[in-house]
Design a binder for this molecule. Structure first.
Ligand SMILES: [Mg+2]
Length: 264
């Protein structure tokens, strides 16, 4: 059986590893910044078409900046844009519209339209996709796990399509045995998502590690009875302030895979 070695500390045995994607494997922040700004601009455009005053438009912008966790130079690593699903971000945007005195039915429709229009703009700018880069040494870690016979899966609140596009772009498809996305039921952060994914992988939850950059991931993992909840904090301009981890890594090079006896 394989183990992890974290700065001389042995973690394991590990039969499987569940990886978060955004901010753990992928350097998502540059793209999320662009997405946040595009959604804010589109929301302002649609709101101004409702005969909103310049003061109201300014207030809307301020609320959305805080709601999305948009900060100078990046986004908050534990903000909804970084952590939550597209659907949850639509709901938080609709809530902002509702705070600006729009009724909920209209607020929800407008939020959905903002997201759809920004997605369409993105598609027209990047018809062949625009995958984000990987975080340093993540690929090496995945290769080591594969070589050690450890089963790997992605558990992310991105869509199934988005996860597969990322894996394909980075030639990672064969390194993962399964993907659990926002399209699956239940999705993160329900601990039942961990149970269902481990059942699919045919590995015991208590012999798995989950590696993620958000307390929601780590709390979910611990509630599910995971063997090791490992926080990763190097994926963002501002490091996530994690509290729910068993172990913490600041770079993928902090962690080494110790293969089972008899494996190279
Ligand atoms: Mg993440």
């Amino acid at each position: 059986m394989a183990h992890f070695n974290l700065r001389g500390h042995c973690i394991g045995p590990i039969d499987g590893v569940l990886f978060d994607k955004d901010g753990t494997l992928s350097h998502s922040e540059p793209q999320l910044k662009i997405l946040a700004d595009a959604r804010i601009e589109e929301a302002k455009r649609q709101f101004s078409a409702q005969d909103a005053t310049s003061e109201a438009i300014s207030e809307l912008e301020s609320l959305l900046v805080r709601t999305y966790g948009r900060i100078p130079g990046g986004v908050l690593p534990d903000g909804p844009l970084a952590v939550a699903s597209r659907q949850h971000n639509i709901l938080s945007t609709a809530t902002v519209f509702a705070q600006m005195a729009l009724g909920w039915p209209k607020a929800l429709l407008m939020a959905e339209d903002v997201f759809d229009r920004v997605d369409a703009q993105w598609q027209s700018l990047h018809p062949n996709g625009h995958p984000v880069s990987m975080l340093p040494a993540a690929h090496t870690m995945l290769r080591s796990l594969k070589d050690a016979g450890v089963i790997c899966a992605v558990i992310s609140n991105d869509t199934t399509e988005g996860i597969h596009a990322f894996l394909k772009h980075h030639n990672l498809t064969d390194m993962f045995s399964a993907v659990w996305s926002a399209d699956c039921f239940p999705c993160k952060p329900d601990p039942a998502a961990v149970h269902a994914l481990c059942a699919q992988l045919n590995v015991s939850v208590d012999r798995c590690a989950l590696i993620g950059d958000a307390d929601t991931d780590l709390m979910m993992a611990k509630r599910a009875g995971i063997g090791a909840a490992i926080g990763y904090v190097a994926g963002w301009h501002r490091s996530p302030d994690l509290t729910a981890h068993d172990h913490l890594i600041h770079h993928w090079k902090d962690l080494n895979v110790v293969p089972p006896p008899g494996r190279p």
